[in-house]
Ligand binder design. Structure first.
Ligand SMILES: *Cc1c(COP(=O)(O)O)cnc(C)c1O
Length: 386
């Protein structure tokens, strides 16, 4: 089809032209004397974006899933108990990976899909763990399957209130780069992300930030670590290099993406995501549809999960939108397969692009036989933006 494809999945997100140009380059020698300039500046710009002055940041060639593994195997002894009180597909996948790595994972059965991890229940669970068997609390900061953002500072406060020494790990794959994230102020021990969401790059970089405490824990850890061992990664980073071949085009892309984010400014980036998300939520309300997220206070500013209208298979709606309208929507995941569709609204995005997507969603709903007033969602979004 002529014209631009409308990519509205919550990752991979649209690649800004500046990032594409930065990555379009010939191969370079990663042992050259010029490499440390690039690598050190990327690490520094990342730390600044994560709002940390004390943390070690590491970049592995991998996806967000690899970052989960880096986080776990470098800071928690195998066989230890992890507490993962979140609900959603990414929470499930993180728990499953942890299980394969030999960890015990406890979930919160009271946290249902569409709900947020409850700081009060977390505090109570930790207070009940007098023997301190829970080694880490794992939080999906923004659950991309349900469109729910967790209150990370409140979770930190819950850990503090219980006086429990568990490490706090945060999956920021669909939050970092788009939503407020303060690694030091929130005293996150291990924060992680991937490159293909808020950082506006292709998939391929796993980014992990460790607090001083997490690093101390890491140093005491025994047992084998392979590709994802942080020790050689951090030791060579200190000299400006990497222990194995880095993806240099991706590092140039990351440098450019961080330049773009810093030029716009953190507050402006977060405000833009909130403004765009408010427009989407207004559109969903105007269509008479509901979101998976149960409370407006925790509605994600990067992705909205919309429940399919009665009698409409979300999969068919998504397939038709792709085939007929050149619009890519996110699928319902896990138990939401066929029951929901998602609009990703993060990364290199503005009102005009989003308005196009909202209009195409209306056409797709209309084609699926949903009674809808064409233009109603777009108009509602415009009202929130006027
Ligand atoms: C996308 C995503 C991941 C990781 O997925 P990869 O495909 O391995 O990059 C992890 N957590 C969340 C919350 C995500 O949105």
């Amino acid at each position: 089809m002529p014209g631009r494809h409308h990519l509205f999945v919550p990752g991979p997100t649209n690649l800004p032209d500046r990032v594409l140009r930065a990555m379009h380059r010939a191969s370079e020698d990663h042992r050259a004397a010029t490499f440390p300039d690039l690598y050190r500046s990327v690490l520094a710009d990342l730390a600044s974006w994560l709002d940390t002055g004390t943390t070690q940041v590491a970049i592995f060639p991998a996806t967000g899933t690899g970052a989960w593994e880096v986080a776990l195997i470098n800071t928690v002894p195998r066989g230890a108990l992890l507490y993962l009180p979140c609900a959603g597909q990414f929470a499930d996948l993180w728990a499953e990976l942890a299980g394969r790595l030999g960890y015990l994972v406890e979930r919160d059965p009271e946290c249902a899909w569409g709900a947020t991890p409850d700081p009060a229940r977390i505090a109570a669970r930790l207070a009940a763990d007098g023997a301190h068997t829970i080694a880490a609390v794992l939080i999906v900061h923004n659950e991309t399957s349900t469109g729910v953002t967790a209150d990370l500072p409140a979770v930190r406060a819950a850990l503090d209130a219980s006086g429990h020494p568990a490490l706090l790990m945060a999956d920021g794959v669909s939050s970092i780069g788009s939503l407020p994230y303060h690694h030091d102020a929130w005293r996150v021990d291990v924060g992680l992300t991937g490159s293909q969401k808020g950082l506006m790059l292709p998939a391929g970089l796993a980014i992990v930030a460790l607090s001083t405490r997490a690093l101390e824990t890491s140093a005491l850890l025994e047992g084998p670590r392979g590709y994802f061992d942080l020790r050689p990664m951090l030791a060579t980073a200190a000299t400006g290099y990497t222990p194995f071949t880095p993806s240099i085009p991706m590092l140039h892309g990351l440098a450019e993406a961080l330049r773009m984010l810093h030029e716009e400014g953190k507050e402006a980036v977060w405000a833009r995501h909130h403004r765009l998300a408010s427009g989407v939520r207004a559109a969903v309300a105007a269509w008479g549809l509901t979101t998976c997220c149960r409370s407006t206070a925790h509605a994600s500013d990067t992705v909205t999960t919309i429940m399919s209208p009665d009698g409409v298979d979300g999969r068919a709606l998504i397939a038709d939108a792709h085939a007929s309208l050149d619009l890519a929507l996110g699928a319902g995941l896990g138990p939401l397969a066929g029951r929901a569709f998602r609009i990703g609204h993060l990364g290199d995005l503005n009102e005009g692009m989003l308005l196009g997507a909202l209009g195409l969603v209306e056409l797709a709903l209309d084609r699926a036989g949903v009674p809808i007033t064409l233009g109603s969602g777009g108009a509602a979004a415009l009202e929130t933006w006027r």
